[in-house]
Design a protein around this ligand. Structure first.
Ligand code: G3P
Length: 216
């Protein structure tokens, strides 16, 4: 499973990249609003740090506006993927952009039927938001299972990005299902690494090593 980091924060991205676990980045307008730089400058900087796909979201709600924004965004760097909301105009825009060879990530997906339509329109990626479904007492992971089954049934190439991940269990379940990608907030990336037994084990090994006479 590929791991993307779900942030627009340069420090977080640099740190995660330095660990060697990051295959791409996803951003959204909320994440961008937390940073000081202009969106275009931020996208450029992120693309120079991470060679993999970097999702940048459009703001327009009409297909022609989305297409115009997407063309401008895709000129920032080769690895820009244009994020488009999963509405009727978003599907129209995805179709046009896929014919132009511009990669898209259809976002705010909350149903398997939406994911089916995104794939039919040539979306490169689909982003089902599992945490937000869990928040309203629905099962986000069931959605991932359904999309995986449907994409397998018909051989769609659209890659599933498990998004709105809130905890390590979400990542584990995504990997069990065989999702293509999990996009993970920095805090959850850190949680994936840590295990209390690892820390206890290191402490004990060091103590024992120091008890060897020549190491005292
Ligand atoms: O990738 C989608 C993500 O940014 C949304 O996460 O936690 O706001 O639902 P959240």
């Amino acid at each position: 499973m590929k791991i993307f980091i779900d942030t627009a924060n340069i420090e977080e991205i640099k740190e995660a990249v330095s660990i060697g676990i990051i295959d791409g980045v996803t951003t959204n307008p909320t994440l961008i609003s937390r940073e000081k730089s202009r969106p275009e400058d931020l996208f450029k900087q992120i693309c120079s740090i991470v060679p993999g796909p970097v999702s940048a979201e459009v703001i327009s709600l009409q297909a022609d506006g989305m297409v115009g924004e997407a063309r401008r965004l895709s000129e920032i760097a080769k690895n820009i993927v244009v994020k488009i909301p999963l509405v009727e105009d978003g599907l129209k825009a995805a179709r046009i952009l896929s014919q132009e060879g511009i990669r898209t990530n259809l976002t705010l997906c909350f149903s398997a039927n939406q994911a089916l339509l995104a794939a039919k329109c040539g979306a490169s990626f689909i982003s089902p938001f599992i945490g937000r479904l869990d928040d309203i007492s629905l099962n986000g992971m069931e959605l991932i299972r359904d999309i995986k089954t449907i994409y397998n049934n018909y051989g769609f190439k659209t890659e599933i990005i498990v998004a709105s991940i809130r905890n390590p269990l979400h990542v584990l379940d995504a990997a069990r299902i065989g999702a293509d990608i999990a996009t993970i907030p920095f805090k959850v990336c850190q949680q994936l690494i840590k295990h209390p037994l690892t820390d206890i084990g290191i402490k004990k090994f060091l103590e024992d090593y120091r008890s060897i006479p020549q190491n005292k």
